[in-house]
Design a protein around this ligand. Structure first.
Ligand code: HEC
Ligand code: HEC
Length: 253
């Protein structure tokens, strides 16, 4: 092999090959992949139609939450490509269950723009849930976490005057910085947060209608939002807090 041939070999074969290898590498290591429309199953395709009818205006064509409408919201829609969900009953770092997603669709998220889709037929909601999962391949690689609902037991002293009083004291030390002294969402930290702390005196709970739903928020937190998990407080203390919050919500009614 003459010197010339070696140079030609490097220029015309080796470098192009290296370049193509590099390109392949970049494309194959892309994070969280969304499924292509052509690859959707029949249910996911049905869900895409439901999504484009009811959800696209706020959640965006690509499911990343970047819609025109979202610019005007204080509570931003999630980015379905990261598959990080706030409103769920599974531990931090894990995917929500289908029941969690169905719960959000039926209840909505009061005090945020997310409406309730209670009147939309169940089969369409199942389909749209299947569709929003196609935005992230985490759903193919991971299983949903274990829901804490199975281990929640409401004590019979829930809502008693003593429990409300204990909850009030726990609230004063753990919650006022964000939710404010009276629970109105106006604590000293509130203006520094990316999401407004919920007004806990509002007559409808964002997490759901049952005391168990509030208990769940205190146990697993709202992942990706400033609302932390309080699972280091005893179960009893968390129930006292739920008693107090239920009292705040019903006060004056
Ligand atoms: C009017 C605007 C709007 C419409 C319409 C809407 N959403 Fe939402 N959605 C939001 C906003 C804003 C949030 C974030 C609320 C928050 O966490 O503070 C949200 C949150 C959610 C969540 C919970 C995310 C989490 O972090 O746990 C799910 C799931 C969801 N939407 C699905 C849907 C689906 C499916 C549809 C259509 C059937 C839909 N949304 C229609 C605005 C909307
Ligand atoms: C660091 C600030 C911060 C602290 C401390 C905090 N919260 Fe929150 N909390 C938030 C924010 C912000 C939200 C709304 C998150 C969202 O919409 O994504 C929230 C939401 C909630 C919700 C859900 C609202 C609903 O209607 O279901 C409950 C319940 C709640 N907080 C209770 C508490 C209690 C009780 C404490 C104290 C034990 C507490 N929070 C401490 C920031 C905080």
């Amino acid at each position: 092999m003459g010197e010339n041939t070696a140079v030609k070999w490097v220029l015309f074969f080796f470098f192009p090959a290296l370049f193509i290898y590099g390109l392949l590498h970049v494309y194959s290591s892309k994070p969280a992949q969304a499924k292509r429309t052509a690859e959707l199953t029949a249910e996911e395709e049905a869900g895409r139609k439901v999504y484009n009818k009811f959800c696209v205006g706020c959640h965006g064509v690509n499911g990343d939450g970047n819609s025109e409408a979202a610019k005007f919201f204080k509570n931003k829609p999630p980015n379905f490509h990261t598959a990080v969900f706030r409103w769920k009953s599974t531990p931090e770092g894990t995917l929500p269950t289908d029941d969690d997603l169905m719960h959000v669709l039926n209840w909505g998220i009061p005090q945020t723009p997310m409406p309730s889709f209670k009147l939309v037929p169940e089969v369409q909601k199942r389909a749209v849930i299947a569709y929003i999962k196609t935005f992230s391949d985490r759903w193919e690689k991971e299983k949903p976490g274990k829901s804490v609902y199975g281990s929640i037991h409401r004590p019979d002293w829930f809502g008693s005057p003593e429990s409300i009083q204990k909850g009030k004291e726990l609230y004063a030390t753990n919650c006022t910085s964000c939710h404010g002294e009276k629970g109105e969402g106006d604590g000293p930290l509130a203006s520094t947060l990316p999401v407004p702390p919920t007004d806990l005196t509002y007559p409808v709970r964002a997490a759901g209608p049952k005391p168990e739903d509030t208990f769940r928020v205190l146990t697993v937190g709202l992942e990706g939002s400033p609302m932390p998990a309080f699972n280091y407080l005893s179960e009893e203390d968390r129930w006292h807090l739920v008693s107090y919050i239920a009292y705040l919500m019903n006060k004056g009614k």
